[in-house]
Design a protein around this ligand. Structure first.
Ligand code: SF4
Length: 460
């Protein structure tokens, strides 16, 4: 999971990109990068850690430009700061930088192919392949009429994208333009907004809000858009495919106030809680959300059951999200740092605690302990999504089956492991009922039905 932002046509575009990517901090906390088309060419600065602490005023000034992109990373491939994004590449026909959210499932094949053709690769990240592929050739689909303003750069982007299989919501930065692309299945969200005479592109609409930009529309699955001083030109260079928008974005990843995949995340998330309540027959007295991602489904749940919603767990907002940290050790410490039980509401109560998902079970175990220590008489854990039974290959770093608790234990065993009095998940049918056109979503980590075949390293 990553967040991307692109800004075109605004004075100090790099500053807008910086604040835009700050609004997407929840999508990645390992590293942050900014790239801009400056007087000296395309320049990038990448840092480890959080956005607000990453750049000095001087560094931001050094990227002064009318066109810029930014990226926050939570890596699925490639680990060090050198593999952080945006990745800049100098090519015979010019230079380019990319900010990519997603994951290519044929990266081993592409890596081999490019190396055989003498196309140098300098990063472990699959995102580099989306730029390196431009060096291999050009593509102008016969049925497509290119605008006279578009030429080699766009044809090379088409070629690189035609080789890529998997998930990409990507923003290419050139000297005087952005090229924006979303894969034909539409795995990851990407939205566009307008600000003064400029354009903003971002993973989620919450980034437009922070900039005061007006939401315009989503980039459509399979769409490639050129944004330059002539305006905006939209292309659909590839054959349409079935859609596979990531349903986990709605369950957990995207911010509740964002508009993605044709709807408000908040509304879907509240509905998850309502349907969970309708499927449930627990006898709790109060509903307690696990902050922050359990909050919206808990609202839906409490309203549907007529139970009062209480803040039985409070969050320290200066600690990041636990699921997103790369090692188990760090995750455990962070759970304890970030939550505290509220005795004032828990004491002697039978509590229905709502979380968005249950992945490894280690966080849930600590939360149940915390609620009991806080005085809860009974703890009934309710999960506003089905059991996670498979890894994601499309840009989310869910763990391997070995670490997924629902692959290792029955629901009864999980309940005992985490120490809850009862445990219940939302059904897969319930999940589907919360979105319009469920068949247009990927739910592979819950159902095991992957929308495309995946090239696994162990298969080679
Ligand atoms: S496997 Fe799960 S996390 Fe990955 S794209 Fe599909 S729904 Fe999203």
């Amino acid at each position: 999971m990553c967040g991307v932002v692109g800004v075109f046509g605004l004075e100090d575009a790099q500053k807008y990109a910086y604040f835009g990517i700050y609004a997407l901090q929840h999508r990645g906390q390992e590293s942050v990068g900014l790239a801009a088309s400056t007087k000296e060419g395309i320049r990038a600065i990448k840092k480890k850690g959080l956005v607000l602490e990453a750049f000095s005023e001087e560094e931001l000034k050094s990227l002064s430009s009318r066109v810029a992109i930014a990226h926050v990373r939570y890596s699925t491939a490639g680990g060090g700061i050198e593999d952080a994004q945006p990745i800049v590449r100098k090519m015979p026909f010019g230079e380019c930088a990319i900010a990519h959210n997603g994951n290519l499932v044929n990266q081993i094949e592409l890596r081999r192919r490019f190396l055989q053709k003498g196309i140098e690769l300098m990063h472990l990240s699959d995102s580099e392949l989306l730029v390196a592929g431009m060096e291999e050739g050009e593509l102008e689909p016969k049925e497509l009429r290119l605008n006279s303003k578009d030429g080699e750069e766009l044809r090379r982007v088409f070629h690189a994208l035609s080789l890529a299989k998997g998930a990409f919501s990507a923003i290419y930065l050139f000297k005087d333009k952005l090229i924006v692309a979303r894969d034909t299945m539409g795995f990851r969200p990407l939205v566009m907004g307008r600000l003064k005479n400029g354009f903003i592109v971002a993973s989620e609409s919450c980034a437009l809000d922070i900039l005061g930009a007006e939401f315009w529309r989503e980039v459509k699955p399979g769409e490639v858009i050129v944004i330059d001083d002539y305006g905006l030109r939209s292309y659909f260079p590839f054959r349409e495919s079935k859609r596979a928008m990531c349903i986990f974005e709605l369950v957990y990843f995207s911010k509740p106030e964002s508009f993605v995949f044709g709807g408000w995340v908040y509304e879907v998330r509240r509905k998850l809680g309502e349907v969970l309540a309708m499927e449930d027959d627990s006898v709790g007295e109060i509903v307690v959300p696990v902050p922050d991602s359990g909050l919206v489904p808990a609202i839906g749940y409490s309203q549907a059951r007529g139970l009062s919603l209480e803040l039985g767990l409070l969050r320290n907002h200066y600690v990041g999200r636990s699921f997103i940290e790369p090692t188990q050790e760090l995750r455990d410490i962070k759970v304890l740092m970030k939550l505290n039980a509220n005795r004032a509401v828990l004491k002697g109560k039978s509590v229905v605690v709502i979380d968005d998902s249950l992945v490894r079970g280690t966080t849930a175990k600590k939360i149940v302990q915390m609620l009991r220590q806080g005085g809860a008489k009974e703890v009934h854990l309710r999960i506003a999504s089905p059991p996670v039974i498979g890894p994601c290959y499309f840009g989310i770093d869910t763990p391997s089956k070995r670490e997924l608790i629902a692959c290792q234990m029955s629901i009864e065993e999980i309940k005992d492991f985490i120490g809850a009095d009862s445990l219940r998940y939302l059904s897969i049918e319930g999940l589907h009922s919360c979105v319009e056109s469920a068949q247009e979503f990927c739910d592979a980590c819950f159902s095991g039905n992957y929308p495309m075949s995946v090239e696994l390293p162990q298969a080679l």
